[in-house]
Design a protein around this ligand. Sequence first.
Ligand code: ADP
Ligand code: UDP
Length: 236
Amino acid sequence: MDMKELLYEGKAKELYETDDPDTLWVKYKNQATAGNGAKKETIEGKGKLNNQITSLLFEKLKEKGIPSHFIKQLSETEQLIQKVEMFPLEVVVRNVAAGSFSRRLGVEEGKELSFPVLEFYLKKDELNDPIINEDHVKELALAAEGEVVKIKNQALEINQVLLKLFKEMNIRLVDFKLEFGKTSDGSIVLADEISPDTCRLWDLDTNDRLDKDVFRKDLGDIIPLYQEVLTRLNQL
Ligand code: ADP
Ligand code: UDP
């Protein structure tokens, strides 16, 4: 497989075309951003940690029968993925109150939620990715009604698998963001990444943060934390 033209450069990854029209070559970058790019830094080593963590998690999900775009890890910072038509949605699943949920609704950070709360956000940087509901998804034709049902079911199933996995790593899976896409045959698969950039991960014993909140809030170096997540994942 050969790498061809750069198709898209985002905040955290570069997507390249390959000689197969259905396959993309992804490079994970060392750039870290927060607040929709308002805070931006290069952090040596972040790309390879997120690539390895995402690759391992997508492999674990596959073992549990959850389809994704992931084909294989190519190098420390690169993956091959199936090209899909992305839904312009960020699907957030929350098990514990934190972040914008706590801020918007006045719920104490760390409160266990009585059921997994699912939220949709419109993926549109110019609008700062606003929270939307299912009527908005329908009105803006972001996904068909049947697709929304499938996306929600998959997101909740992924949550169950990840909750168990992170518990085995002595980590509390507080919340996370997923993105989904549609393959050329119309099936819906998990895409993008699952990493400490896109999840809130708290150590079960100490409540120490092992995720991007440490960068967002200027609390220290994220590299040893992301490395700790990878080490625990490798020990499973
Ligand atoms: P952003 O676009 O938010 O800055 P990234 O730097 O992570 O984020 O860029 C990756 C981009 O690739 C995202 O826009 C994401 O929606 C898109 N993407 C992820 N997986 C796939 C896929 N399998 N096929 C096509 N696009 C994808
Ligand atoms: N998240 C993400 N990308 C985004 C927004 C959120 O990966 O563009 C993740 C974030 O890491 C957290 C979850 O989604 O695990 C919920 O984020 P929240 O809405 O609380 O975001 P905040 O505004 O606090 O960053």
